[in-house]
Design a protein around this ligand. Structure first.
Ligand code: DX5
Ligand code: ZN
Length: 222
């Protein structure tokens, strides 16, 4: 992976005007779509019927992050509606490898996400079955929290080293939560190749400018 991908999260953007929200981030690589079910996390956003419209309106591919229980049952629908990447939580899945296989067979990239307290050992031997690992850098559920540095750098370094060792050069290492120009540099230096940023992009006066700054920071940290 040569350049770091920027994936703005629309969670804290204007969800009543999705078309405008999506247009604001058209210069990003993907749009990060946080699906929450009020069970896996204490917050509720939207499900496949809404994501289907987001997919239709989005000028860039969708990077769907499922913070839901029973991804074994619900994840395939997001690949079917055309999401480029579908990431589900290891903590919630019964048969993660079988979910990954299904997502790939439907043409999506398969991602596995880890909450901050979930050790990297839980996925370290499974990397070849996934296209991305999402390292949560806040407790999932809400935007606008601070980046948890403790443990994150070691997780990313460990994942990057193992991916390198196995020749998995396309494995995406994504960080999600509290990413801004300052924490982006820390994450990229540790091995992150994809940055999810919600508040830092949408609270900026100009979202495109915030995306460009993240790109610049990531390029010099690499
Ligand atoms: C948190 C979500 C994140 C979040 C990122 O549960 O998965 O994608 O919206 O937002 P910020 O960048 O504000 O932490
Ligand atoms: Zn997310």
């Amino acid at each position: 992976m040569s350049t770091v991908q920027i994936s703005p999260s629309i969670l804290n953007a204007d969800l009543g005007d999705l078309r405008t929200t999506l247009r604001q981030i058209a210069t990003a690589d993907t749009a990060h779509i946080d699906v929450m079910d009020n069970h896996f996390v204490p917050n509720l956003t939207f499900g496949a019927p809404v994501v289907k419209f987001i997919q239709q309106y989005s000028p860039i591919p969708l990077d769907v992050h499922l913070m839901i229980e029973d991804p074994d049952r619900w994840a395939p629908a997001y690949a079917e509606l055309g999401a480029a990447a579908v990431t589900f939580h290891l903590e919630a899945a019964t048969s993660p490898l079988s979910v990954a296989r299904t997502l790939r067979s439907l043409g999506a990239s398969a991602g596995i996400a880890l909450k901050p307290a979930t050790p990297v050992e839980t996925v370290i031997d499974l990397l070849e079955y996934f296209d991305r690992v999402l390292v949560m850098t806040v407790e999932p559920g809400f935007g606008g929290q601070s980046y948890i540095e403790a443990g994150t750098t070691q997780k990313l370094q460990r994942l990057a080293a193992r991916a390198e060792q196995q020749g998995l050069h396309d494995l995406v290492l994504q960080v999600d939560g509290g990413v801004n120009a300052h924490t982006a540099a820390i994450a990229v230096s540790a091995g992150a190749t994809s940055l999810v940023a919600g508040s830092s992009v949408f609270s900026a006066d100009d979202a495109a400018q915030a995306i460009a700054s993240l790109r610049a920071v990531a390029a010099s940290a690499r």
